[in-house]
Design a protein around this ligand. Structure first.
Ligand SMILES: Cc1ncc(COP(=O)(O)O)c(C=O)c1O
Length: 494
């Protein structure tokens, strides 16, 4: 791919130690570079929407290869993905280290699957590593883990169950506090806890809504840093009625609200109230967790520790499905059938989490001494340092510069910058100079045709690039976004 020359780390197939394996597969049915999805008459299965349930068919673009933030499409063109394959791949596409560790595991006779009936040392290793990190950075609390869910939605529901279970002895505690615009998942628990419902009223699963979910306004601070009156009123309401709530669930960065960052001051005061009133404080960190804001979880970023944190997405960087909850021991009870998903914890996902931790934080002391001597220098260096220590700041700086340049080029169209770290928003302005969800939607709709992928977040564009994005990719994204803005501005003028 055209970005390769600038990458510190070459593609996995180019790594010297793997050459014999790659060569052995070439030209055989095991060769993954051959087209995978052809019918016997040679026709492609691509884009046959009738194979799928309505609303779930893949979109017209087909990705056939990728590295980092660059995707190659089936028509041969390249596209810069500024949303990390829809917010999952914190290490970009095809991270060489995660794949290398998976390859090595696949070639062994180690169990590729684990259940709660049979322990497994890698399962314990990953749990131990995570547990040490959360307990070291968790403000002296005593955290326990559950790693038996596959999706963010599953982990959210598990967190709600754990909070509900902890409140069992207080029948008066039945309310859940959530926030306007929040999205917590697509299963029943996630849907009922969410406000963001694109198809509100169209009927979902068993229940359309839960009467015990209270939606509070998005917590905000003014330019002077002071919490807004509505935000103070939320705190006052929770203080007043705290005994009725079993939990508060909040996304630290509710990105659908123009990539808004919840003020740390609000989280601090919310923490105090939840502690005083014995309410379980749940951070839904499915979006921000695992590197996107420079840390593994928000406790490290905001200095506020939740009773339960929910993590998914970045956990495996897209190399497998796994999600988890981290719970203060007081909220750490789950009861069957919760927390024992029979198709969860496949070992390759656990290998991926371990490898993602290697990439983000650096390999642990004893492992650093036994890295293979044939690793490319760039990769070895990154594994010794951990990407969060240097690369993260560099990536954030490049994104800042790109967004600033866009604002400079399009002052009438590109407004305020929002977000944090690698979760960023650019508010789009309409002809009247006001934030416009129509313009943001239009940019998000047409951008792929110009070679870049960003999403809409209300009135803003949402960018969530991978940590390993390169200067060359940023340059190509800027060119593509410039073309996109010009096209949208042109059509607006007509
Ligand atoms: C904040 C948040 N929570 C939960 C979920 C659900 O995660 P999943 O789609 O993996 O079930 C999402 C998904 O985007 C999310 O953004």
């Amino acid at each position: 791919m055209s970005g390769d020359a600038e990458d510190a780390v070459p593609a996995l197939a180019g790594v010297q130690g793997l050459k014999p394996l790659v060569t052995a597969f070439q030209g055989t049915v095991l060769d993954p570079t051959q087209p995978q999805y052809r019918q016997s008459d040679g026709l492609s299965y691509d884009h046959e929407p009738e194979m799928f349930t309505r609303g779930s068919a893949p979109r017209p673009l087909t990705a056939v290869a990728g590295r980092g933030a660059t995707l190659r499409l089936s028509d041969g063109s390249e596209l810069i993905d500024l949303c990390s394959m829809t917010e999952n791949t914190v290490l970009g596409l095809n991270d060489p280290w995660v794949k290398l560790r998976q390859v090595s595991y696949v070639l062994s006779e180690r169990p590729h699957y684990v259940t709660v009936r049979f322990g497994n040392d890698l399962y314990y290793r990953v749990a131990n590593r995570l547990s040490r990190h959360f307990n070291k950075t968790g403000g002296g609390r005593d955290y326990v883990l559950n790693m038996r869910e596959c999706t963010g939605s599953g982990a959210v529901e598990l967190g709600l169950h754990a909070a509900w279970t902890a409140a069992r002895r207080s029948p008066g505690r039945r309310r859940l506090a959530s926030f306007v615009g929040a999205f917590h998942g697509s299963n029943l628990g996630g849907v009922l806890a969410s406000d963001h419902q694109p198809e509100r009223g169209s009927g979902r699963v068993l229940l359309d809504r839960a009467d015990n979910v209270e939606q509070f306004p998005v917590p905000e601070a003014g330019p002077d840093g002071r919490l807004s009156p509505a935000t103070l009123e939320t705190l006052a309401a929770l203080e007043r009625d705290g005994e009725q709530y079993f939990a508060v669930i909040i996304e630290p960065i509710p990105w659908r609200n123009a990539v808004h960052v919840v003020p740390a001051e609000f989280l601090r005061r919310l923490r105090e109230i939840c502690t005083a009133k014995s309410i379980c404080l749940i951070f839904d960190e499915v979006q921000n967790g695992f590197g996107f804001t420079g840390a593994i979880w928000h406790a490290e970023t905001a200095g506020v520790c939740p009773d339960i944190a929910v993590l998914g997405k970045g956990l495996t960087s897209g190399h497998g499905t796994l999600s988890m909850i981290v719970a203060d021991r007081a909220f750490g009870t789950v009861e069957p059938p919760f927390g024992f998903k029979s198709n969860s914890a496949n070992m390759l996902s656990l290998v991926a989490v371990d490898a993602v931790l290697d990439r983000l934080l650096g390999v642990e002391g004893p492992d650093a001494g036994s890295l293979p001597d044939w690793l490319p220098t760039g990769l070895e260096q990154e594994l010794r340092e951990g990407l969060l220590s240097h690369t993260y700041a560099h990536a954030v700086r490049m994104i800042d510069e790109m967004l600033t340049e866009l604002r400079h080029r399009f002052p009438a169209m590109a407004g305020r910058l929002t977000g944090l770290g690698l979760m960023r928003g650019l508010v789009m302005l309409g002809g009247d100079g006001l934030p416009s969800s129509a313009i943001a939607g239009e940019v998000a709709r047409v951008c792929t045709g110009h070679g870049v992928h960003v999403r809409q977040a209300g009135t803003a564009l949402f960018l969530k690039p991978c940590l390993v994005i390169t200067q060359g990719e940023i340059g190509r994204a800027l060119t593509a976004l410039t073309r996109t803005f010009e096209a949208v501005a042109g059509s607006r003028a007509v």
